[in-house]
Design a protein around this ligand. Sequence first.
Ligand code: PEP
Length: 252
Amino acid sequence: MSARKPLMAGNWKMFKTPAQTAEFFEKFLPLVSASTHADVLICPPFVDLAAAVSAAAGSNVAVGAQNCFWETKEGAFTGEVSAPMIKAAGCSAVIIGHSERRQFFGETDATVLKRTQAALASGLLPVVCVGERLEERESGKTEDVLRTQFTDGIAPLSADDFAKIVIAYEPVWAIGTGKVATPEMAADAHRCLRSLVEAKYGKDAAQAVRILYGGSVKPDNVKGLMAQVDIDGSLVGGASLDPVGFASIVNF
Ligand code: PEP
C-alpha cells in the first residue's frame, strides 16, 4: 500500500451554471463527508467558482479552476484569469495543460510550464496533464510523448516546485470516449512517468509524487484502476457531473 493519499478530482469542463453547482454540492457533500481516505477536488468553470467555494466551505471538498494564465500581475489580458485571482476566489488547485486545452487552444509544453509556475507562485496545487493521442499510441510512441511532455513541460521546475505538483496521465483517446485504458496500460504509463521523475528528481520525489489517471473513469471501472500501485487517484470528466456517481468514484 503506498503512502500517497489518493486525490479524486472532478473536471466539469464547460458544464453547469452557478445554480446547478449549488445543487450538485447539496447532494454530493453528505455522500463524501466521511471520505477521509482521499483528497477530493471539484474543478468547475470560472463562473461557478464562487458558488462552489461557498457551498464547499467547511467541508472536506476542495475547489479548483480548470486553467490559469501565466502572467501573475493584473493587466490587459482580456478573457484571461490569473492564478492569484483564482487563489483569492477561495480555490486551492488548478488543472493545467488538459488535452482539450492543448487540442483546441494552442496549449504547448512551454505554456504548460509557465502556467504551472504561475500557479505555484500563487500557492495553488497544479494538476498537470500529460498523455498521448491515439495515433501516437498506435505507432508505439506513448513513452516518447510522455518523455517530451515531461521534459519540456515539467522537468524545468525546481525540485522544491516539483514537490508541490500532481501529475495527471490522461491518454487523449480515452477522454470522453468511453474507451478506458486497461488498468495494465495505465499502470505502464504511470511507471514510465515515475521513472522519468526518478531520473530527474531522485527516488524520494518519484515515490512522493501523486500521479492520477484520467480517461472515461466511471463508478464501475474505478476500482480496477485504483488497485494499481502507481495510480494515486483519478481526474474524472463526464462522470464527475453527477453527484451520486462521482461520490461512488470517490468512495471506490
Ligand atoms: C477529463 O476531462 O479530464 C476526462 C478524463 O474526461 P472523461 O472522464 O469524460 O473521459
